[in-house]
Ligand binder design. Structure first.
Ligand code: PLP
Length: 404
């Protein structure tokens, strides 16, 4: 055990040097791009330029690393899950993003973007949030930097997620309950975009690898620290690359964060579990990569869940962080190329996996992360002797009330 601890401490904490850039219009194959009102174009051009300039800026990367180590608590351990390994007759490591400050991977991205925003001279941060996880991570980073922060939430989510609303307010953020539309995340996005257009002094901090270029690339970069560490750690622990890497997928940031370090290693199978809710044979799901159709949605060309008329339809998942009818464009591309496999995981399968991890390892995962665990169970059952990493994107305290 001591040697494992020392091995983890020796891991270098830095996002991956950037690879697989989208083309100059922001496309990954058919997907992505930048579908925005013309008045926002200068702001996006400035953001793109700033982002490419920080990639080899030593001062920026030093400050980022310092906060990731001393504030977030990185590197997160790569933990050998002995009892789960026994249960599945494979060797299973867990990448412990649940141990980060604020309890999930989202803080990696909010810290990175807020450092960029500060450099660009912004004093005000805005964001939208559904379950409140991204809102809390944003409010945390804003407090740390002494910036003003406004968080937009659909009215329904505002009522449902009161604990997170309180946390954000305690951190000094103003939480705005959006009344328009049907009070969902989509309405919060519309309200945040409206505010963004009217307030040139606000920086819009997007929480996953979605939205118009360059956001999917920015968020991937800041989350790639997960994969960069995991790759070093598995080589130190096992002197070998894994056979499989598993993750849960909502918008796609924790999945691309860990996958990005292994994409060039063709021998490593990359598998993501998406929210299949009550099943993919009805509309109560969020299985965008299995059921979505190509369209322009929230500033990007991507796969989107649609109704019989071809309009975007609401999604559903037991895991609030997976309850999203779109998907990051790079994932749509990786599905087309076949490099990543996307498994639909139902609420019941995820709940089962949640309980297995709690009982076998004493780790209560976020309901989102349980979808990655379920994908691993499905893949490794009857397929023994493999070396695998599961990304545990967050902790599950927020979910225990809902589990039966
Ligand atoms: C938000 C969230 C997710 C889903 O978002 P991605 O961008 O797909 O990573 C997954 N796990 C946890 C714990 C979350 O909070």
């Amino acid at each position: 055990m001591t040697t494992n601890a020392i091995k983890n401490i020796n891991t270098q904490v830095l996002p991956q040097p950037i690879r697989y850039l989208p083309d100059q219009n922001g496309f990954f194959g058919n997907y992505g791009g930048q579908f925005i009102p013309p008045e926002l174009k200068p702001k996006f051009d400035q953001l793109t330029e700033q982002f490419y300039s920080i990639l080899d800026d030593e001062d920026f990367l030093r400050e980022l690393t310092d906060l990731l180590v001393n504030y977030v608590g990185r590197p997160s351990p790569l933990y050998l899950a002995r009892r789960l390994s026994e249960h599945l007759k494979s060797l299973i490591y867990l990448k412990r993003e649940d141990l980060n400050h604020t309890g999930a991977h989202k803080i990696n991205n909010t810290i990175g973007q807020i450092l960029m925003a500060r450099r660009m001279g912004y004093r005000e941060i805005i964001a939208e949030t559904g379950a409140g996880q991204h809102g809390v991570a944003t409010a945390t980073a804003a407090a740390l930097m002494g910036m003003e922060c406004k968080i937009f939430m659909g009215r329904k989510d505002y009522q449902r997620q009161f604990l997170n609303v309180k946390r954000m307010e305690m951190l000094g953020a103003e939480v705005i309950a959006v009344e328009q539309g049907n009070g969902s995340l989509k309405d919060a996005v519309d309200a945040a975009l409206g505010y963004f257009i009217e307030n040139p002094k606000a920086y819009y901090l997007i929480g996953s690898v979605v939205g118009p270029h360059p956001y999917p690339t920015i968020v991937r970069f800041f989350q790639s620290v997960i994969g960069s560490e995991a790759r070093q750690q598995i080589l130190i622990h096992e002197n070998s690359l894994p056979d499989y890497v598993f993750a849960a997928i909502g918008g796609g940031s924790n999945a691309i964060g860990i996958f990005s370090a292994f994409i060039d290693d063709q021998q490593v199978s990359l598998i993501a579990g998406e929210g299949a809710g009550l099943g993919i044979d009805n509309e109560k799901n969020a299985a965008t990569l299995n059921l979505g159709e190509e369209m322009i949605f929230q500033g990007m060309r991507t796969l989107t869940l649609t109704d019989t008329q071809g309009n975007p339809r609401p999604s559903y998942s037991i895991a609030a962080g997976l309850d999203y009818p779109g998907i990051g464009p790079e994932h749509a591309h990786l599905r087309d190329t076949g490099r990543v496999k996307y498994l639909p995981i139902t609420d019941d399968q995820a709940t089962q996996a949640f309980k297995i991890l709690a009982r076998l390892e004493g780790i209560i995962p976020a309901m989102e992360s349980a979808h990655g665990v379920a994908a691993a169970i499905q893949t490794l059952k009857g397929n023994p002797g493999k070396l695998a990493i599961i990304n545990i994107s967050g902790r599950g305290d927020k979910d225990v009330e809902r589990i039966k």
